[in-house]
Design a protein around this ligand. Structure first.
Ligand SMILES: [Ca+2]
Length: 320
């Protein structure tokens, strides 16, 4: 699989890159950085550092992308990941530097140079992808597949009850990307609350591996552990980005999925970025209210259940 990862590199974003870098049969071809979790330049450095720890120093270009959402003020999540996104380890910069091109240009160039070949994993707000497909709409049909970590499946977000972080930060971008005609699979925050948990025991086993990668994982994950302990009284941590990566590179992780119409709320304040997801259990909406008309066709395969144990085993294998 030829993979491009679009990321707001902090915490679990790094573990997703490590999983892709180490998994047999995956060629990580490029990393593009989007506004999101923490200070933009920190995110660039975090991606470069993660490549070095993964044994790919100087072999995967990192392109800096959009520093702000399309319309909204930036929103960060340093309160979860630390100011640097790496549990405030403040690692010194590595020798690889970012590639000169803008991420939006790099996405278009990589996809259009190899139509039907490139899989994209989008694990950040969708600003880069929205601009790329607006500038070159042909990428929607030229990608092999677009994996998105974002949104909620019938509620329970991590910013508001309605909204998950990636969609909340740039709802207009999410709306553009979901309506652009990409072949999409969606991994929601709701799914990851059960399927993407690494328990305190799993984290102990990772620490016991004793490798440089495992040590890096444990250091970078510390802020999430502290956050979960303070907020929820548990050392279990949730890993939506690396779980989405696991689904993308190993279909066996997916145990249930449904083709759905996913629509993003952009007008409301209360439900900003809510992802409305259709369900076969609902009546046709034109029957419920003829004024609604017939719904558009499904635009995404929504992952409904995953194999947590297999995801966990993949993470341990990549860190060993
Ligand atoms: Ca992310």
């Amino acid at each position: 699989m030829r993979l491009l990862i679009d990321t707001d590199t902090a915490g679990d974003d790094c573990f997703s890159i490590m999983l892709a870098a180490r998994h047999p049969g995956v060629t990580l071809e490029a990393i593009t950085i989007c506004n999101g979790n923490v200070d933009f330049q920190c995110q660039v450095e975090n991606a470069l550092k993660t490549l070095e720890v993964s044994g790919l120093a100087g072999r995967v270009p990192v392109y800096a992308g959009c520093r702000k959402p399309l319309l909204r003020k930036p929103v960060e999540a340093a309160y979860v990941f630390g100011l640097d996104g790496m549990s405030d380890r403040n690692y010194p910069p590595v020798s690889q530097r970012p590639a000169p091109d803008h991420a939006v240009d790099a996405i278009i160039r990589h996809v259009m140079a190899s139509p039907g070949e490139i899989t994209i994993l989008a694990q950040a707000p969708l600003t880069n992808l929205a601009l790329a497909v607006s500038r070159e709409p042909a990428i929607a049909k030229a990608v092999k597949h677009l994996w998105i970590m974002g949104g909620t499946d019938q509620g329970l977000g991590n910013v508001t009850p309605a909204a998950e972080f990636n969609f909340y930060v740039d709802p207009e971008a999410a709306q553009i990307v979901l309506n652009a005609g990409f072949p999409i699979s969606l991994v929601t925050w709701t799914l990851t609350l059960e399927a993407a948990v690494l328990t305190g025991q799993d984290l102990d086993q990772i620490a016991a591996l004793g490798t440089e990668r495992a040590r890096f994982f444990t250091e970078v994950n510390q802020a999430a552990v502290d956050f979960c302990l303070a907020k929820y009284g548990t050392t279990d941590t949730i890993h939506p980005d690396s779980f989405a990566c696991a689904c993308a590179i190993n279909e066996a992780v997916i145990t249930a999925a449904e083709n759905c119409l996913v629509e993003i709320e952009t007008a409301s304040t209360l439900t900003r970025a809510y992802s409305s997801i259709s369900s076969a259990r609902l009546p046709p909406r034109e029957e419920a209210d003829p004024a609604l008309g017939v719904a558009p066709a499904a635009n995404a395969r929504v992952i409904k259940a995953g194999n947590r144990q297999l995801y966990r085993d993949m993470m341990l294998a990549c860190l060993a």
